[in-house]
Structures are given as C-alpha cells and as structure tokens.
Design a binder for this molecule. Structure first.
Ligand code: NAI
Ligand code: ENO
Length: 301
C-alpha cells in the first residue's frame, strides 16, 4: 500500500511541521491541508505548510490515502466526524494526539468503517500555531503508534513507513500503556511546571518582576514548559484523566514524604532521594541517552 496523498487537518505546530517535513523529506507525496480557523488557513497558505490549503474539509480529504488529524485531543472526535462523509473507503485515518486511549475511541466511534490507526509523534515545543512548525521536528524522535488487533498490517506498515520517512523511529504500543508512560514522562511534568510558575506568581511577597529577574536557572526551564498551549494541555489532562490521576496520586504521596522530612529535619531522607536521582541522571548520560532522540550520540549530532 503506497501513500501518495496526505491530508493534514489542523495546521498548527504539528500539522504545519508534518506538511513542511513531507515537502522536504518525501517530495513525491502530495499534501493538502485544512483548518477550522480561516485565519489559520490563510497564514498556512502563506507559509506553504501544505501543497494546497483547501477552503473546505471535503476538498482536502477527498483524494487522500492518509488523513492525519492534528487538532487538540478534545477536538479529535469533531474533526473525525467532519471528514467522515468525504473520505474514500480504505483511507487511513491517523492523528498526532498526546493521549491515545480516548482519542482512539473517539475516532473509532466517528469512523466505524474506517481504517483508524492512532499515533503520537513524541516531538514538540511550547509554541503553537501555523508560524511554529518546522521541517526537522520529527527527525530522530519517537513516533508511538497504537494499532488495534484487527488493524490491517499493510495499512500499519504504510503509516509506520510514512513516519520513518519523516525521520522518526516508530514504536508500537498498547494505548493504555502509552497513556501511563506519557503521564509520567510528559503530562505530570507539564502539570508541575504550570503549578510552580502559577504558585510563584501568586506569592504576595514575591513580585512578578522578581519572578522574571531571578529566573535564570531551573525556574526558567519551568517557565518555558508553562508557556505551552493552554487549549492543548487542558484537553490532554481531561482526556488522559485516569492515568494522570494515578501518577499524580503517587507523586503527591512522594511530595508529602519530602514535606515531612523537611519539617522533621530528616536530612538522610532528603540526601538519599537526591543521591538516587543523581545516579539515575548520570547513568542516562553514560548510556548516551540524555536526549529523547533514539539516535542521539550518532556522529552527525
Ligand atoms: N505541541 C506539541 O508539542 C505537541 C502536540 N501534540 C498533539 O498535536 C495536536 C496538535 O497540537 P499543536 O499542533 O501543538 O496545536 P496548535 O494549536 O498549534 O494547532 C491546532 C490547530 O487545530 C485547529 N483546530 C482545532 N479544532 C479543529 C477542528 N475541529 N477541525 C480542524 N481544525 C481544528 C486549530 O485552529 C489550530 O490551528 C494535539 O492533539 C497535541 O496533543 C503532539 C506532540 C507534540
Ligand atoms: O516542549 C516540550 O518540552 C515537550 O514536551 C513537547 C511535547 C509536548 C507534548 C507531546 O505530546 C510531546 C512533546
């Protein structure tokens, strides 16, 4: 099965990056694009994010072999309903959403006859919108694909080949496991960043000016993450509710232990944890894995 025409629905950071990346890495693949927001469509056309930015969703998906939904996870079901009347039988419908179980269910409900294969390129930035995308975003990054048992193998191979063509390394995973892993490695870290930046700016004794002035170190990294797209992240937490609450429960228990150790002057507990986490970081670096890129450490980096 060959993918020669890809329709990108949602032309923000990820959709725009898919379009630019296809143009650079898979020049024989034609792209069409559509976004619900007319202003985004105009800006996307100006940047050439797709070979053709269409005025209607019907026009964008009619001839596509693969449709990739690049909208916030809370909008995936609506986007799938919008394409449903216009796609050809056999068209692969995929997505890029940061949570997989609820998105898979929404896509399957909207496209009962469709070839639905959810996916998640684990690559992004704190920026959003049609100006934010870039062609190299997926290079040396993971793309997690969460097929069902009855997913046609040729369609799965075609989708995997597409992401590999954009430079990603594909990993197949169960959607529930994906959601738990990403809750630990991505969703809760974002929640912590949102919380600490909010707490810092709420503290009456610390002015907003001081938050900016003294944010040279680790706090600055938190402010970068806390600048991420509010709509996207609201949807991630609502859609990955169960896994996020499970991990958050464990995290708050561990935080309470540290709180008690500080109150009790229990330096051993603090030292033991900090020593353990430092060892973890050092072993990651020794293995050359201090970056999400699967090929990190290759000579061309
Ligand atoms: N931002 C990131 O770093 C990453 C995001 N993702 C996932 O990618 C998806 C898109 O995120 P971004 O590109 O960052 O967001 P974005 O805000 O840059 O772009 C989303 C676009 O979708 C459009 N849209 C919203 N509802 C729509 C609908 N029903 N039909 C058509 N267009 C619609 C919006 O107008 C907007 O232009 C999300 O599901 C997110 O979880 C995945 C990996 C990384
Ligand atoms: O900018 C960062 O640090 C990110 O973590 C980007 C990101 C955000 C959401 C995803 O689902 C995957 C990657």
């Amino acid at each position: 099965m060959k993918i020669s025409r890809v329709a990108i629905i949602g032309l923000g950071l990820i959709g725009g990056s898919v379009g630019l990346s296809v143009r650079e890495m898979l020049p024989d693949v034609a792209t069409t694009g559509w976004d619900a927001d007319a202003d985004v469509r105009a800006r996307a056309a100006e940047r050439g994010l797709a070979g053709m930015v269409c005025d209607t969703v019907a026009e964008a998906v009619r001839e596509a072999d693969l449709v990739i939904l690049c909208v916030p996870v809370g909008a995936m079901g609506y986007a799938a309903e919008a394409i449903a009347p216009y796609i050809r039988p056999g068209t692969i419908v995929s997505d890029v959403g940061s949570s997989k179980r609820s998105v898979g269910e929404a896509l399957a409900a909207a496209l009962p006859e469709g070839v639905v294969i959810p996916a998640h390129p684990v690559a992004g930035t704190e920026n959003s919108g049609p100006e934010a995308g870039f062609a190299t975003l997926f290079r040396h990054r993971w793309c997690i694909v969460t097929p069902r048992d009855d997913t046609p193998p040729d369609a799965l191979a075609a989708l995997s080949g597409f992401w590999e063509g954009l430079g990603a390394t594909v990993e197949i995973m169960d959607p529930r496991h994906h959601d738990l892993v990403l809750a630990v490695t991505s969703h809760i870290p974002h929640l912590i960043a949102y919380t600490i930046v909010g707490t810092a700016s709420d503290l009456e004794e610390v002015t907003r000016g001081e938050v900016i002035k003294y944010s040279a170190g680790g706090f600055r990294d938190f402010t970068r993450i806390a600048a991420s797209n509010p709509t996207m992240w609201r949807d991630v937490f609502l859609s990955n509710r169960d896994a996020v609450l499970e991990v958050l429960g464990r995290f708050t228990e561990d935080l309470s232990l540290l709180q008690r150790a500080i109150r009790n002057g229990d330096g051993d507990t603090l030292y033991d944890l900090f020593d353990r986490t430092r060892t973890i970081r050092r072993s990651i670096i020794e293995q050359g894995q201090d970056d999400a890129r699967p090929d990190f450490g290759r000579k061309d980096h």
